[in-house]
Design a protein around this ligand. Structure first.
Ligand code: PHE
Length: 342
């Protein structure tokens, strides 16, 4: 029969063997619980066994148990330190300072803003300055002063969003013509860009879209000036090989009025699906400012004349970047920005 004391000596040897095998934090934890656990730990059990030891052996036994406890605690601390030291170089390796840095995503300019900036740049070169106006307008500026009489069918073309107080979301940038002509005397050369709104929603129409509008008023302005300006502008925007054609049209605020086409940007004029085999794409509306509009703004139509044109910026961006659905422009999907970044 083994005595409690020699049993302790055996346990001490056993601990050494087990401790030598510990190579990671999990094994270290298991060893700690097995030996120092508060309820079932071997050291704890040995301390509790004190009462069964014959009185004459208790002194030696007590010392031996405490020695074992001290040894286990010391060894566990040592192993823990050794494991931590071994892990440290691995952590240092995880922080490899020679790796190339992570690149932050760079922003880029939205296709509509890009086209807008180009248009502004072209017209700055022709002596135009940018004018602004409100997106919420009165009936007067959006319609009446532009020679849309009340209940005139031309208003139907404008698919207007009305506010409950009778005001409306501007359906085009033309009210800025009126505001500018009322505030300034000729010669006037302005460009107005901004958001416009119509109750319209399909692949090529969105309830919010962007227009740019040009207005020139001075003595002696003719239709020839309009044509020359549009030709120069559209060749700069779409390329020197672009042909420009004007077709008679109607707008209440211009007389005569024209729809302006350019050679199809997809097929170069050969005819394709996009241009319905015509080789042409409608790009803007234009005309000579109606004398009634000039008079309404206090400009003498006997002395002054002017031209105006309006174009959708979203369409241009769609054509330019091959975007098939106008909603892609407003989805805030950053893949679009990455694709059109040049
Ligand atoms: N404001 C017109 C529209 O949106 C476009 C236009 C502007 C036509 C200027 C002629 C002159 O329908």
């Amino acid at each position: 029969m083994t005595s409690p004391l020699s049993e302790l000596a055996e346990l001490s040897g056993q601990f050494d063997t087990e401790a030598a095998e510990v190579s990671d934090a999990a094994a270290w934890d298991a060893l700690r619980i097995r030996w120092l656990g508060r309820k079932q730990g071997i050291v704890r059990q040995r301390l509790a066994a004190f009462k069964q030891v014959p009185p004459e052996e208790r002194r030696d036994y007590g010392q031996a148990v405490n020695a074992l406890k001290g040894k286990v605690e010391g060894a566990l601390e040592e192993i823990e330190a050794r494991l931590a030291a071994a892990a440290a170089p691995a952590e240092a390796a995880a922080l490899d300072v020679t790796l190339p840095g992570r690149k932050p995503m760079l922003g880029s300019i939205h296709p509509v803003s890009r086209v807008a900036a180009e248009v502004v740049d072209i017209f700055n070169g022709l002596g135009y300055s940018v004018a602004e106006g409100p997106e919420i307008e009165d009936d007067y500026y959006n319609f009446e002063a532009l020679n849309f009489p009340p209940d005139h069918p031309a208003r139907d073309t404008q698919d207007t969003f009305f506010l409950s107080d009778g005001r409306l979301l501007r359906t085009h940038t033309s009210p800025v013509q009126i505001r500018t002509m009322k505030a300034r005397r000729p010669p006037i050369r302005i460009l107005c860009l901004g958001k416009t709104f119509r109750h319209d929603n399909d692949l090529r129409h969105s309830p919010m879209f962007h227009q740019v509008e040009g207005l020139a008023v001075a003595e002696g302005i003719t239709f020839g000036h309009l044509k020359g300006t549009l030709d120069a502008f559209l060749k700069r925007l779409f390329g020197p090989e672009t042909a420009v054609r004007l077709r008679p049209s109607y707008f209440p605020f211009t007389e005569p009025s024209a729809e302006v086409d350019i050679t199809c940007t997809f097929c170069g004029g050969d005819g394709c699906q996009v241009c319905s085999q015509t080789g042409w794409m409608e790009i803007l509306g234009a005309g000579m400012v109606d004398p009634r509009v000039l008079a309404e703004c206090g400009i003498d139509p006997g002395r002054y004349s002017g031209f105006a044109f309006g174009m959708g910026l979203d369409r241009v961006a769609m054509n330019r970047y091959g975007i098939p659905n106008i909603r892609i422009l407003f989805d805030n999907d950053e893949r679009l920005l990455r694709q059109v970044k040049r």
